[in-house]
Design a protein around this ligand. Structure first.
Ligand code: GLY
Length: 561
């Protein structure tokens, strides 16, 4: 259906060339799709050894912490959605927490103004990491193979090394040029202290030791004992807030997933402290009310409708969402109800752009360097996992003795209580800093079910663009019947209420459509790409898994067997 439009003909040709470039991968028994080919292969090896989707996810996540250090991590946090072939669904929340010593004005100067980048690129930007706790807890409950067997591949990759690639080398050079003596300046060094060259073997001995402690002692290998002591010492020496007590108190939380429907499909996604699931379900409910017999993919009407849905879901996100443990009265059921969608849909004028009310709230910026991977095992169980350090390479801080990078996730809190600026910084209460609170996230690991079984496993990095790229990819598969690789590659837009503008992928939206949208009152800005989606769809007709990694991920791979 999506290629029928005359106006979209030129762009269909473009899509065709993209699909030739980025083929989908088919496999009968199991699949892992991640942004690192090495990590995808680690996950598939675990599946081949009889591991289930949770086992493969744990092994892939630890491997990514070695091979994809810009976002793969043990120093950050994230979310995991798990669905069994029996239709049972659960989630694990291992989002970072504010340290006990954090306060809501910790990033302000004496005059109450936000100190530039204080909440993003200083030691006080580091939240209490959650990744190890989340992986351990999900494995304790649902894993099959021994824990140590799942961490060992990452230990091996760190201790024995792997081949330096051009992506990592580019980052290594930049960090070396910025400050050769800093933690990141030395991070990619070889044994001579020089930047490891592409094609050379790159070992991370300190990281290997930290991973070995996690292998041997599980959760406590990170949150107690030597590693915890070294983290707390590093914080103390450098003016950070995280203490041994913060680490000892950290627990991942198993949470009930959010569930919505789109026509005959069930959609499961992450509840708060992620805003992703709420916004995704709200937008899918809005789409269910649209007449897609009349609205063709990538037409003016399509972009307008999708942007207006995004504007509304992001307004609701900003007003209502935060950590559920600190905001027990969030109206989540209402926001994801079909009734709310009807009211919101009725507000949309199909001839004219709405105006975002900037007297309310928005958020200036959040990091776009997150990473997502999708897993399905031979029995049809699925894991959708997104985790992050916030910025690429997080806070860019770490201890040489520990070898991993700390997040800068505190930047995802609203930094200035009560103050909203025209650029869209928010000061609303649900997401203000409080000790032990989890900061609001946009990560949207999602599983769509058909007939009660996992059908589509999907997610992406990209800060707040995550919600919208996942939304459009789900819509592309469920409504426009696209194959997974096409659904991932085709044109995407992003609107986040404030600032009031549509971001679009610049080579994929026609000049005529752009002109028509501007005529309706939209402001447009271009981006080279949006999202780095990693997805698997179950093709029930042929009984195979079909996976694709976004072509914008240079090192990504759908690995199956
Ligand atoms: N750090 C990006 C997010 O959590 O949405």
């Amino acid at each position: 259906m999506f290629s029928k439009s005359k106006s979209a003909l030129v762009f269909s040709c473009l899509l065709l060339s993209i699909s030739v470039l980025q083929a989908q991968v088919k496999a009968k028994n199991g699949m892992v799709v991640s942004t690192s080919s090495v990590a995808s292969d680690v996950g598939v090896d675990i599946l081949k050894k009889g591991g289930n989707a949770i086992d493969a996810a744990v092994a892939t996540a630890f491997a990514l912490a070695v091979t994809h250090p810009s976002a793969g991590n043990i120093g950050g946090g994230g979310f995991l959605v798990y669905m069994t072939n029996q239709g049972d669904v659960t989630t694990f929340d291992f989002r970072e927490k504010a340290p006990l010593k954090a306060t809501d004005d910790m990033y302000l100067d004496e005059d109450g103004n936000l100190i530039r980048m204080e909440n993003h690129l200083t030691i006080k930007a580091i939240g209490v990491p959650g990744t190890v706790a989340g992986l351990y807890k999900s494995h304790q409950k649902y894993g099959k193979l021994p824990w140590a067997d799942l961490v060992q591949p990452a230990v091996d990759l760190a201790q024995n090394g792997f081949t330096m690639n051009w992506t990592l080398y580019g980052a290594a050079q930049r960090f070396r040029e910025m400050d050769a003596d800093s933690f990141m300046g030395q991070y990619f060094s070889n044994s001579n202290g020089e930047v490891t060259q592409p094609g050379e073997n790159w070992k991370q001995e300190a990281l290997g030791k930290t991973l070995a402690a996690i292998r041997d002692k599980g959760h406590d290998g990170f949150y107690k004992g030597e590693v915890a002591k070294k983290i707390a010492d590093y914080m103390k020496e450098n003016g950070g807030l995280i203490s041994k007590q913060d680490l000892a108190k950290y627990e991942a939380i198993e949470r009930t997933p959010l569930k919505g429907t789109y026509k005959d499909y069930e959609i499961y996604s992450m509840p708060p402290p992620s805003s992703g699931g709420v916004a995704l379900l709200e937008m899918m409910n809005l789409m269910e009310l649209a007449d897609f017999e009349e609205i063709e993919f990538n037409s003016t009407a399509y972009v307008h409708l999708v942007a207006e849905a995004m504007r509304r879901a992001f307004a609701d996100r900003a007003e209502h969402l935060g950590d559920p443990d600190f905001n027990p009265d969030m109206p989540i059921d209402r926001l994801i109800s079909k009734e709310h969608a009807k009211q919101r849909f009725a507000e949309i004028d199909m001839e004219k752009a709405s105006v975002s009310d900037s007297s309310k709230f928005g958020q200036l910026y959040d990091g776009e360097s997150t990473t997502h991977f999708s897993v399905m095992d031979k029995d049809g169980n699925a894991v959708s996992l997104t985790y992050t350090l916030e910025f690429g390479y997080g806070s860019r801080l770490g201890s040489n003795e520990l070898g991993f990078i700390f997040n800068n996730e505190m930047g995802d809190f609203n930094p200035v209580p009560g103050i909203t600026t025209s650029r869209g910084q928010i000061g609303t209460k649900p997401n203000l800093i409080q000790p032990e609170k989890r900061m609001l996230s946009s990560m949207t690991p999602t599983i769509v079910a058909k007939d009660g079984k996992p059908y589509l496993v999907i997610g992406s990095p990209g800060g707040r663009t995550i919600i919208n790229t996942v939304f459009q990819t789900v819509l592309n598969v469920l409504e426009f019947d696209m194959e997974i690789h096409k659904a991932i590659e085709v044109m995407k837009i992003h609107h986040q209420w404030l600032p009031d503008r549509i971001m679009y992928e610049k080579d994929l939206l026609s000049p005529d459509t752009r002109k028509a949208l501007e005529g309706m009152g939209h402001t447009l800005i271009d981006r080279s790409r949006l999202g780095v989606l990693m997805g698997i769809r179950y093709d029930e007709e042929n009984g195979v898994l079909v996976g694709a990694s976004d072509s914008s991920s240079g090192e990504g791979k759908a690995s199956g067997y």
